[in-house]
Design a binder for this molecule. Structure first.
Ligand SMILES: *Cc1c(COP(=O)(O)O)cnc(C)c1O
Length: 344
């Protein structure tokens, strides 16, 4: 059978042979007792990379975001976040259901909120209002099309939040993509954040896991919430080992994913009947808007699937193509060629 080109998400990457070998050899212990040396090593490495005091290995990005919300807020608080953000749209309402917080959403530009919008969203003290205690920013913005907040933008937003007494959590599922795009260290990019969650299981190519970082006090509290949610793992060093390998070896290669996304976007942009929002193609995500009335995203995704190309359906008129470690430049040539034929 021909190779399936899977552009649904960067979560589909499979652990490479080297990762599996290291995982098999990983030293382990019981992490609920704090005795898994490989988990401890990953948490130390993650904290160092992000420039924070401490880190916590979590089962998923959804779990680490929820733990961050739980740890920063009290029930009934308001959290401010962009409307299309993953925490708002794709985490099964956990922030509302489990943390009991009220979302105050901003409709940003390509997933990004501006200083002006944030200032407008933070309301003055009034007997009718809940207390806003947390701002969540997503970098890169997934549904914004992989768009990046710069160091400067993050700083300005953080300053507004801090002045109004809000903490800042960065959902940095793809924060390394952002740092590679900006050519800055990830530590510099998250300097102003009180906490950051990032995924090992996306572009970094590890099979499982996310890491939450913050101050030592924050992580101590977060660790207890992780246990409450059932996320206290035992010999988790086996999966942490893949994460260490990814952090040490696979960050710089994200640049290749960005080049492939750029190549794909440029290859598709002149095809009739679709529109590529090129200004959002900064990292590894390409959104494809279908403008032809005789075609919709469901049909096009199905046709592509029959031809061995998998993509995500965002809505009836929009598809998402995500590049990653298991997609090559040659695969992108194939995708462009197939799309050319389909839309000719
Ligand atoms: C993928 C993702 C997450 C978390 O995903 P999990 O599948 O739970 O690991 C969080 N935020 C964003 C922006 C994401 O893209």
């Amino acid at each position: 059978m021909e190779k399936i080109i899977d552009l649904r998400s960067d979560t589909v990457t499979k652990p490479c042979a080297k990762m599996r070998e290291l995982m098999a050899q990983a030293e382990v212990g019981d992490d609920v007792y704090g005795e898994d040396p490989t988990i401890n090593q990953l948490e130390k490495l993650a904290a160092e990379k992000m420039g924070k005091e401490a880190a916590l290995f979590c089962a998923s990005g959804t779990m680490s975001n929820l733990i961050a919300v739980l740890t920063h807020t009290s029930r009934g608080d308001e959290i401010i976040l962009e409307k299309s953000s993953h925490i708002n749209l794709n985490e099964v309402g956990g922030a509302a259901m489990i943390a009991g917080v009220m979302p105050n959403t901003i409709i940003g530009a390509n997933g990004k909120v501006s200083v002006r919008q944030l200032k407008e969203a933070i309301r003055p003290e009034n007997i009718h209002y809940p207390k806003a205690t947390l701002l969540c920013l997503e970098n890169t913005s997934n549904f914004g099309g992989g768009t990046v907040y710069t160091v400067e933008e993050t700083k300005e937003l953080a300053a507004v939040a801090r002045e109004k007494g809000l903490k800042l959590h960065i959902d940095g599922a793809r924060i390394f993509n952002a740092a590679v795009y900006l050519k800055v260290s990830v530590g510099e990019l998250v300097l102003e954040a009180d906490s950051v969650s990032f995924c090992l299981s996306k572009g970094l190519g590890a099979p499982v896991g996310s890491v939450l970082v913050g101050t030592k006090d924050f992580i101590d509290k977060a660790r207890k919430y992780r246990k409450m949610l059932g996320g206290g793992l035992r010999q988790a060093g086996i999966i942490a080992r893949a994460g260490i390998y990814a952090l040490e070896n696979l960050v710089d290669r994200l640049e290749e994913d960005h080049e492939n996304a750029r190549k794909l976007a440029l290859g598709l942009k002149s095809l009739k009947g679709i529109y590529i929002p090129l200004d959002t193609v900064q990292t590894n995500i390409v959104m494809v808007d279908i403008e032809r009335s005789d075609l919709n995203a469901f049909e096009l995704a199905k046709t592509l699937k029959n031809l061995g190309i998998l993509v995500s359906i965002i809505n009836e008129r929009r598809l998402r193509f995500v590049t990653h470690r298991d997609v090559t430049s040659q695969d992108i040539d194939v995708v462009i060629e197939v799309m050319e034929k389909l839309l000719a």
